[in-house]
Design a protein around this ligand. Structure first.
Ligand SMILES: Nc1ncnc2c1ncn2[C@@H]1O[C@H](COP(=O)(O)OP(=O)(O)OP(=O)(O)O)[C@@H](O)[C@H]1O
Ligand SMILES: [Mg+2]
Length: 266
């Protein structure tokens, strides 16, 4: 008998802007695809960087119904599968320009922080992993991602400003856990865009000490990561080799182990 594990849902989150959420999310999705997992990528950021980065600009400009409608209207949610687009490495639930006005809508909505969970529950397609790229602020969208995933992976720059950013994120997670009587598991920190500076070195030591019980992965600053993004794919599909592929694969293998993503024959 083959036992299929539940879908692993992972929010890639840090309300600080430009720390590499989208880059890390796309490359982890690419690594999981390389390990033959069926991945759904949800671009929950109204900026739509991942949607654009994955070559889906038209979806970002598309007329309703879009992800905005699926999150705000239960009737549109029923047809959620029709909003999914396929990319060579993953399926994508794209963001849309309408998402820029969703925060007040979700504040007013009944169960406004549980809408993404309802959307995911309405999917007919089955996935091994759902990766959610979060926006660069704390608000209803990020709360939705954290609550439905129950798991968070945090990209952070190896700069001292990251300390405060992480403090603010953990405060929010604590509030959500208390108010929704749930647990949001911290899967690890991805120290990103690391350069050879003293500040980076001392911050990496700080990450190791502050997060001694969870993994701290290290992604260095590499122009190939930017080029792969511009080419609309992860480094695993990109034509140039990138020495950071191994670290993204290590993250994917760790997730695979922790979520029991390998099919178990009993
Ligand atoms: N390891 C890296 N090496 C080189 N460039 C990187 C790396 N990680 C991210 N970048 C670049 O840094 C910029 C910000 O990255 P990215 O868009 O992934 O961050 P983000 O946290 O998603 O941003 P936002 O908060 O706006 O959503 C992009 O131009 C990206 O190409
Ligand atoms: Mg982003």
């Amino acid at each position: 008998m083959i036992r299929m594990p539940d879908t692993a849902k992972i929010a890639i989150s840090n309300q600080k802007g430009g720390v590499g959420k989208t880059t890390v999310a796309i490359n982890i999705a690419g690594a999981l695809n390389r390990l033959e997992h069926n991945v759904l990528f949800i671009d929950l950021d109204p900026q739509g960087n991942a949607t654009e980065g994955l070559g889906l600009e038209e979806e970002y400009e598309a007329q309703p119904p879009t992800l905005f409608d699926a999150l705000t209207d239960h009737k549109a949610r029923e047809d959620i599968d029709s909003l999914i687009v396929s990319h060579s490495e993953m399926d994508v639930l794209p963001s849309n320009i309408d998402m820029t006005s969703i925060e007040p809508e979700l504040t007013m909505a009944m169960r406004g922080r549980e809408r993404l969970e309802q959307v995911i529950d309405s999917l007919n397609a089955e996935y091994d992993v759902i990766i959610i790229d979060c926006p660069p602020y704390l608000g209803n969208l990020t709360d939705n991602a954290l609550l439905t995933a129950g798991n968070v992976l945090i990209p952070a720059l190896a700069e001292s400003t990251s300390k405060r950013a992480l403090e603010i994120l953990f405060d929010q997670i604590e509030v959500l856990e208390a108010e929704y009587d749930t647990h949001i598991r911290d899967l690890g920190v991805v120290a990103n865009r690391i350069e050879t500076t003293n500040e980076a070195k001392s911050m990496l030591a700080w990450f190791e000490e502050a997060f001694s019980d969870i993994p701290v992965w290290e992604i260095r600053k590499r122009v190939t990561l930017q080029r792969a993004f511009s080419a609309g794919c992860s480094v695993f599909e990109f034509e140039e080799e990138c020495d950071m592929s191994a670290e993204f694969l290590a993250i994917a293998e760790d997730l695979e182990r922790r979520f029991g993503l390998v099919e178990v024959t009993a």
